[in-house]
Design a protein around this ligand. Structure first.
Ligand code: GDP
Length: 139
């Protein structure tokens, strides 16, 4: 059965003009884009999104980065979408990511790593609801 995940093209990737290439990889991998928006997160909105990480040492830096420029948020659909998108993204640290993954190809550092993906179906439900209304996700 089709599943949905929340994907983000992060500010570093947009600044480097990788958005088009990343969207092409999403299409080629067989995901259906069910919802998509470009937005500028405020620091507070980034903090709310990453609330589970608030105790991590990199929380302040991460939320400053995520509010440093526009992001593209998307609801991606595919069988096993959560795992499939994380596999396409690769490891958090681009230096450790497998060849051919998005983070290997487009990520600059462990923080500026080009893309985000939900880490479990329950997380995806929260994250999709953070950015999209029920009406947008009904499509
Ligand atoms: P993900 O699920 O692969 O995105 O990784 P995490 O949930 O562990 O971390 C969330 C995001 O925080 C990552 O995508 C990075 O942008 C950032 N991040 C993770 N680990 C570090 C770190 O050690 N230092 C810094 N500065 N940022 C990090």
């Amino acid at each position: 059965m089709a599943e949905r995940t929340l994907a983000i093209i992060k500010p570093d990737a947009l600044k480097s003009r990788y958005a088009g290439k990343i969207l092409q990889r999403i299409d080629e991998a067989g995901f259906t884009i069910r919802a998509m928006r470009l937005l500028n997160l405020s620091k507070k909105e980034a903090e709310g999104f990453y609330a589970v990480h608030r105790e991590r040492p990199f929380f302040a830096s991460l939320t400053t980065f995520m509010s440093s420029g526009p992001v593209i948020v998307m609801a991606l659909e595919a069988p096993d979408a959560v795992k499939k998108w994380r596999t396409l993204m690769g490891a958090t640290d681009p230096a450790k990511a497998d060849a051919g993954t998005l983070r290997k190809e487009f990520g600059a550092s462990i923080e500026n790593n080009a893309t985000h993906g939900s880490d479990a179906p329950e997380t995806a439900t929260f994250e999709l609801g953070y950015f999209f209304t029920g009406m947008e996700l009904a499509r």
